[in-house]
Design a protein around this ligand. Structure first.
Ligand code: NAD
Ligand code: KPL
Length: 305
């Protein structure tokens, strides 16, 4: 029998993955927070995926964290700040050969999760796909992209990559997943906080070239100092390219703040500042950016971690 895909978190990305896996006929179980959420989900009849404006319902089975079904393969699709505690709750259900796929943006949460479940293989992911919820148990597939997957401690690809293929989930296995995650983290640090502080779309940062240049110089130093030279290569040029290519978009952090949602700041700018301090790499501009962002979040009554 095919291995079950347990999907932790029925948010945007979790629902997008669960719906596509289910559409391919693969066995999927959603793991929801509690009995109340489970009852609400069951009353709704399933997950709805909206693609090209067309909604399609998938009757994916769901359960709570304390179900007794063993877990061999777990897609962790919650926010970075929830990942460690959510996986700890599930640890007793993990089989000795369990594999976890960690979809969290930024860095820091992956190592925290891996430390909680040393018996499991943790595969890190970095995704450029885009999805958002336009209602409970409904997800809109907003941006086609790619998911890179890798395991920094073991280059052997997992056997289930062909299941992603059959589910139409564009992906690539890479031994350089840390380079990918660091590169995306650096892009997010150069772009996202400034869009919040200047209250603008990504393209609005074209009027703030000096700030971007100073941030990129410091980010390049940190990446080189912490052993990620490939992620540092031509960073400024890449940041300018992304700002231009996504000029009409609001960054993910901008959208979180605009919707009064907690941000993943600790796993983005916070992580970079912490690593820089550990390597005694001076980052006055990044540190000042962090202070300004924390002040802004505080003024809106949002968590600063
Ligand atoms: P989301 O907030 O839409 O979904 C997270 C879900 O996890 C929520 O439904 C939440 O209730 C659930 N959850 C949290 N703790 C749980 C627990 N203990 N048990 C069960 N469920 C729990 O978040 P998202 O947008 O899907 O993002 C997930 C991660 O993927 C983030 O790190 C994000 O930065 C990254 N990401 C998202 C996108 C996107 O387009 N949405 C794209 C790339 C990367
Ligand atoms: O990934 C992004 C985000 O908004 O989180 C981009 C578009 C790269 C901006 O940092």
């Amino acid at each position: 029998m095919a291995t079950l895909w347990h999907v932790l978190g029925a948010g945007s990305l979790g629902s997008l993955w669960a719906a596509r896996l289910a559409r391919a006929g693969l066995p999927v179980r959603l793991i929801l927070r509690d009995a109340e959420r489970l009852a609400a989900y069951e009353a709704s009849g399933g997950l709805t995926l909206v693609e090209h404006g067309q909604p399609q319902l998938f009757e994916v089975c769901a359960q709570t964290w304390d179900a007794d079904e063993p877990i061999e393969r777990l897609l962790v699709a919650c926010k970075a700040y929830d990942a460690e505690s959510a996986v700890s709750q599930l640890a007793p259900r993990l089989q000795p050969n369990a594999e976890l796929i960690l979809l969290q943006n930024g860095l820091g949460s992956q190592d925290a999760v891996a430390a909680k479940v040393p018996q499991a293989r943790c595969i890190f992911a970095s995704s450029t796909e885009g999805a958002f919820r336009d209602g409970d148990w409904r997800v809109v597939f907003a941006g086609h992209g790619y998911t890179w997957l890798g395991d920094a401690s073991d280059p052997t690809p997992p056997a289930w990559l062909d299941e992603l293929q059959s589910a139409g989930i564009p992906h690539q296995w890479t031994p350089d997943i840390l380079t990918r995650l660091w590169r995306k983290l650096a892009l997010n640090c150069a772009i996202n906080p400034l869009t919040v502080l200047h209250d603008c779309r990504n393209g609005g940062l074209q009027a703030h070239n000096c700030e971007i240049a100073m941030l990129c110089a410091e980010l390049t130093d940190v990446l080189n100092r912490c052993g990620q030279p490939a992620a540092a290569e031509a960073l400024h040029t890449e940041v300018e390219r992304v700002i231009h290519a996504t000029a009409a978009n609001y960054s993910s952090m901008y959208q979180d703040v605009a919707h009064n949602r907690r941000t993943e700041i600790s796993y983005l700018l916070g992580h970079v500042c912490a690593v820089a301090a550990r390597h005694q790499c001076p980052t006055p501009y990044l540190t000042q950016l962090q202070t300004r962002l924390v002040g802004h979040l505080q003024s809106r009554g949002l968590p600063t971690d």
